[in-house]
Design a protein around this ligand. Structure first.
Ligand code: FAD
Length: 422
């Protein structure tokens, strides 16, 4: 294979697909070179025995600005989770729900929150910047104006705001599952940004699984996406793959952080890992919420568990339920929770006997998210030497961040191409 194009994009994850779609839409000849056998990168879905299982539990928040702008969410036929969380506590299960988006949870939310007004006030102090954004300013602007909170991690910020007790354990447990760290080391500004998106939208799963999202982005590109093309080397104008070489006026590296480092030598953030086990269960409680362990001494490794098929019925065949339990994974530190530990803990969090569950799949994802320590930075440069680099590690470690970094990379390429023409 020898190809000549305007732009070669390495990687068909969300960032690469968004970047390629913009360039294709602007009339440039683009090729996307993907090592794997399908598009999606970290967002893949398998069908196993009639179940849909994503490669690691994740959710799509339709309130992400990038999703609103560039994704046809209606076409994905989203199945929302409940807007709240159920916590196992030392005094039994407690539920906290979004007051506007989950009015049905109000009585249970009030029972949890009213006896803890001091803790609620602490939480309000922590979340105060979220209450202030003016319609004409983004939350990032508001956080920038506050300055210092870019420099602290979320543990320090929650301590300073006086968030403690049960609500602190619920917040920590919930954020551990989203940020994939349980030491509070993520930049507080990013934790607040996430809280802001959770306040504005209810996370959901597409009817055909999470992979429907990258597939939608890839559709307009047609056969410009070449699967099974592992890239071995790049320069500013050429890409070597295991199938031959591609010449291009510009090259975009849109891989995850470790591959970006290998191909470009650019420094990349450390990564966080997660292991999700999926089980088929004959019965389940009627809950579409995430369940977390908010006991003073949690008894297992899970950051969350859920009966996925209660929220997303398309994920299980009739008469069965799909349960997931996710735990932090750090193979270098010897932290690889066993299936048995995950199963026992999931049973506790959901109030079920897990002995009759069958494993459907287990996904260990060592590089699930880039670490996002303080000071917060959501827009690392996309130009690295004469290459353009995108991916969630250049922005925030999220669907939103990957899409935005792809967009920024495309803009940088367009500027470069038009400057080259002058
Ligand atoms: C388990 C898990 C749970 C998550 N949960 C959430 C969530 O709930 N909400 C949220 O917003 N985000 C979540 N995320 C994060 C989100 O999925 C990622 O931020 C996003 O998908 C990253 O997209 P990307 O395009 O930057 O990178 P990737 O998806 O990693 O895409 C990079 C692509 O490059 C390809 N590639 C790599 N090397 C080469 C090479 N040499 N040649 C050719 N191709 C190559 C890869 O195969 C891949 O397809 C989660 C991620 C994981 C793994």
């Amino acid at each position: 294979m020898r190809t000549e194009v305007d732009v070669a994009v390495v990687g068909a994850g969300l960032a690469g697909l968004r970047c390629a779609a913009v360039l294709h839409g602007a009339g440039h000849e683009v090729v996307v070179l993907e090592a794997d056998d399908a598009v999606g990168g970290r967002i893949r879905t398998d069908r196993v025995d009639g179940f849909l299982v994503d490669r690691g539990f994740q959710l799509l928040n339709p309130a992400y600005p990038a999703v609103r702008r560039w994704v046809d969410a209606d076409a994905l036929r989203l199945q929302p989770f409940g807007a709240g969380v159920t916590a196992v506590t030392d005094d039994g299960p407690r539920t906290l729900g979004h007051p506007l988006r989950a009015p049905g949870l109000l009585p249970r939310t009030a029972t949890t929150a009213l006896p803890r007004l001091r803790e609620v006030l602490g939480l309000a102090r922590w979340a105060a910047p979220l209450l202030r954004p003016r319609p004409d300013r983004t939350l990032t602007d508001v956080l920038a104006a506050r300055g210092t909170r870019h420099d602290v991690d979320r543990r320090t910020a929650l301590d300073r705001a006086g968030v403690d007790g049960l609500l602190r354990r619920v917040v920590d447990g919930f954020l551990a599952g989203v940020l994939l760290e349980d030491d509070g080391s993520t930049a507080d500004a990013y934790a607040l940004l996430l809280a802001w998106t959770f306040a504005r939208g209810v996370p959901a799963l597409p009817e055909r699984g999470m992979q429907a999202l990258p597939e939608q982005l890839a559709a307009p590109l047609g056969d410009r996406v070449r699967l099974g093309h592992g890239v071995t080397a790049v320069t500013g104008t050429a890409v070597e793959t295991d199938q031959g070489s591609v010449s291009a006026r510009r090259v975009v590296v849109a891989t995850g952080a470790p591959a970006a480092h290998e191909l470009t030598g650019a420094p990349v953030p450390a990564t966080k890992g997660v292991v999700t086990t999926w089980w088929s269960a004959p019965e389940s409680p009627d809950t579409d919420l995430l369940h977390v362990d908010a006991r003073v001494r949690p008894t297992g490794p899970l950051v969350n568990a859920a009966v996925v098929s209660r929220a997303a019925p398309s994920y299980a065949p009739p008469g069965r339920h799909l349960v997931q339990g996710s735990a932090l994974l750090d193979t270098a530190a010897g932290r690889t929770p066993s299936e048995a530990d995950q199963r026992r803990h999931a049973g506790e969090l959901l109030g079920l006997d897990p002995s009759g569950w069958d494993v459907v799949a287990r996904h260990e994802v060592p590089h699930a998210l880039p670490a996002q320590p303080a000071p917060y930075s959501d827009a690392r440069p996309v130009r690295v030497g004469d290459l353009v680099v995108c991916g969630d590690h250049r922005d925030t470690g999220s669907i939103q961040g990957a899409l935005v970094s792809g967009q920024r990379a495309a803009q940088a390429v367009l500027e470069g191409l038009s400057a080259g023409r002058r």
